[in-house]
Design a protein around this ligand. Structure first.
Ligand code: ZN
Length: 718
């Protein structure tokens, strides 16, 4: 919580990244192919494009009946759709409440107790973090660009408040002097984490040093925002001739008519990039678009990245660590930079040979088109991957789309999770949310209201352009219910459009909803700072990655994947083919992930004076993947996770290993089995961050987790 440098994007939004990679899908391909990785953490859409746009808020046709929450329950956070001025003053008001709680806590005379110190500290954190979470969400989703810009400032203020708090010696001393030896284990763990994080922030350094650290933190928030903004706003385009669209689906071609100059414009954003990279027959078109994509943020972010590296290094040295990587891995499951390096090496050892074998299949297929070719380039992997899957595995992702109409997938997801966990969802009519297209829901466990969430699921100009779970409020017993938002960009949402989703979109939906349920189930305890998904950062993806498995199960799919015209459930044979095709190319994808992990670690595990980011990428790429590098490109300038995740991008693969093992405890014949799901909820999800992840997983599995399931998956077991 008190991560020394408050890593805003990753702390506040959990993104979908791994698990699908090269399933022939734009968003997944982005990871595989490097160029678009960053946009996963881009927190809002390009400001340049948004700034000239007026808010798109519709006025409701008829007066709405206001939403009346249950007595004693705080209303949803966005009640009343405030104008920016009101919103800002509310945010300032809530920060004042946080400060007042701190003042009250520090003013205590006499013995310090849970009541007069720890609970008051929890209250301060709740208010402070509410402001940070909510401004972070709204800077990514609010329809008004001026509102979003203001929220960036509120983000800075609230992060500064929290960072300053993490260096407040008086608060630290007060907390330290409370005797918690008789408290429950969650409270003891909370106190251990809190005091540890205070120390990790540098609270026990002298005043000038703390001032220096605080100054660097403040700078780092802005540098991180620069890094992300440079990615978001560098939305490049290329121009091609209409003939160059050969191979692309009809609806894509129709949606891209030539302009008055006879040329067609393509953007590097996912809706264009994904289809082009998979379908365009002309390799030059793919190359050109990918080249632009892989230079996104260049050259501006070269210097910004150097600045991130040197500021973080400085913090690490002040705090007594050799490098930032040593510092940032210490509170993760993995524990040390050395262990992270060993893990990445293990991934490399397991995958490289298999990745080379897969690469040979790609090359052989390419040689059917061009017998003289000796290599498969990055911009050819998705294209040939699709062709190979279609011919050799008899699977075309387009064929399953009619079974995944958006509304039935959404209902299916709600029904599946209802059945598994015995909970119910109630849509809140007329909830006053930030955009009319957003839906709000309540979650009930029996008759008990246990949380709320928002679905903001379709694209809108100026909106965050990937998929993530955003926190609105972390739950804290007696103070507030957990409230979270899913922000995605799925098909559908337009009148008359059935919104036929790609399977990978369905997978993303389940993944993000997995984060949301984790946050709600884990948000029932006392301590806001460690509620919900506030577990170790290298564990937090595991539950969501595991929940992706549900969309590969024929029995689960049969419950909602019905043809949008005939109502026929998806044929089991089609699911079987989809799974088989999915297994192809897996090692190459994991190899690419290992490469990204290595880049992330190796930029941060030495003094920045020794680091040239271009040289690090150039050195590592051939070690990790058989696919030749894209000439004249700089993937690191659009690798947004280098800000949010800094050195620990390995976490996606680390948690994938755990997710594969946790999944082995479920009944494959009945994934909706409530008994197992409930046990999993109780042991792994509900504790939130009140126990070490390793212990929870051990208790759930009845043993320590291991690599066996992951290795089997990698070997192509479908
Ligand atoms: Zn995720």
């Amino acid at each position: 919580m008190f991560s020394s440098v408050r890593p805003v994007p990753l702390l506040l939004a959990l993104c979908f990244v791994v698990g699908t990679l090269d399933r022939g899908v734009a968003s997944a391909q982005a990871v595989m192919e490097g160029g678009l990785v960053t946009s996963r953490v881009a927190r809002s859409a390009p400001r340049a494009a948004a700034s000239s746009r007026r808010p798109s808020r519709r006025t409701p046709a008829a007066p709405r009946k206001p939403y009346l929450p249950k007595p004693g329950v705080a209303p949803p956070f966005f009640s009343g759709r405030p104008a920016i001025k009101t919103y800002r003053s509310n945010a300032e008001g809530e920060l004042k409440l946080a400060q007042a709680a701190i003042d009250r806590m520090l003013a205590v005379k006499g013995p310090r107790t849970m009541q007069n110190t720890v609970l008051v500290y929890n209250e301060a954190m709740t208010h402070g973090e509410n402001v940070a979470y909510q401004s972070h969400l709204l800077e990514a989703v609010h329809p008004d660009s001026a509102f979003r810009a203001d929220c960036e400032k509120i983000s800075q203020t609230s992060n500064k408040f929290l960072d300053d708090l993490s260096l407040n010696r008086g608060v630290f001393d007060a907390l330290k002097s409370v005797d918690v030896s008789n408290a429950d284990s969650a409270t003891q763990y909370f106190m251990m984490r809190t005091l540890r994080d205070f120390r990790r922030a540098g609270v026990d350094k002298d005043e000038p040093t703390r001032k220096e650290i605080a100054g660097i933190y403040e700078d780092l928030v802005k540098t991180g925002q620069d890094f992300d903004r440079n990615i978001r706003t560098d939305s490049r385009k290329i121009e091609i001739m209409p003939d160059d669209l050969a191979g692309l689906p009809d609806d894509f071609v129709k949606g891209h008519p030539a302009g008055s100059d006879g040329k067609v414009t393509l953007s590097i954003e996912t809706p264009d990039y994904g289809p082009v990279i998979r379908y365009a027959q002309k390799t030059g078109v793919r190359e050109k678009l990918m080249h632009e994509s892989m230079n996104r943020g260049y050259p501006a972010n070269m210097a910004v990245l150097d600045s991130l590296l040197s500021k973080r290094f400085r913090v690490a040295r002040i705090l007594g660590y050799d490098t930032w990587a040593d510092y940032i891995t210490e509170d993760k499951m993995i524990g040390t930079a050395k262990a992270a390096s060993d893990f990445i090496t293990r991934l490399n050892d397991t995958t490289m040979r298999r990745a080379q074998q897969e690469y040979a299949v790609y090359l052989k297929r390419k040689q059917e088109d061009d017998p003289t070719s000796t290599q498969v380039n990055r911009w050819e992997i998705s294209y040939y991957g699709r062709l190979i899957r279609k011919r050799d595995f008899d699977f075309d992702p387009q064929e399953v789309r009619p079974y995944f109409a958006f509304e039935s997938v959404k209902q299916g997801l709600l029904d599946v999770t209802s059945k598994m966990y015995g909970i119910t969802y109630k849509k809140i009519a007329n909830a006053p949310v930030w955009d009319p297209s957003v839906d709000a829901y309540e979650v009930y466990d029996g008759v008990k209201l246990i949380g709320r969430f928002y679905f903001d699921l379709h694209p809108r100009p100026g909106k965050y352009n990937h998929a993530a779970k955003f926190t609105v409020r972390q739950g804290s017993k007696g103070l507030q219910l957990p409230e979270h938002a899913l922000v995605c960009n799925f098909s559908g949402g337009k009148p008359g459009d059935p919104g036929l989703m790609e399977h990978t979109e369905v997978q993303t939906f389940f993944h993000e909803f997995g984060h949301l349920l984790h946050a709600i189930f884990g948000g029932q305890g006392q301590w806001e700072p460690i509620a919900g998904t506030a577990t170790e950062r290298d564990f937090v993806e595991a539950p969501s990655q595991m929940f992706e498995e549900w969309v590969w199960d024929p029995n689960v799919l049969r419950t909602f994947a019905k043809h949008y015209q005939t109502g026929e459930p998806i044929p089991a044979e089609m699911v079987r083919k989809m799974r088989r095709a999915d297994a192809f190319g897996r090692a190459l994808q994991v190899a690419t992930q290992a490469f990204y992990s290595a880049v992330s670690l190796n930029l941060y595990n030495k003094p920045p004076i020794q680091v040239s980011s271009d040289a690090v990428v150039a050195e590592l790429e051939p070690k990790y993947t058989p696919v030749p590098p894209m000439p004249d490109s700089h993937m690191q300038t659009s690798f947004g996770h280098l800000d949010g995740y800094s050195a620990y991008y390995y976490t996606y693969m680390w948690s994938l290993v755990i997710s594969k093992d946790m999944f082995s405890a479920f009944d494959k014949a009945d994934l909706l089995n409530p008994a197992i799901a409930t046990r999993y909820r109780d042991i792994v999800l509900a504790p939130g961050g009140t126990r070490p992840a390793r212990e929870m997983v051990h208790d759930f599995l009845g043993r320590d987790y291991d690599f066996r399931q992951f290795d089997a998956w990698l070997a192509g077991k479908d």
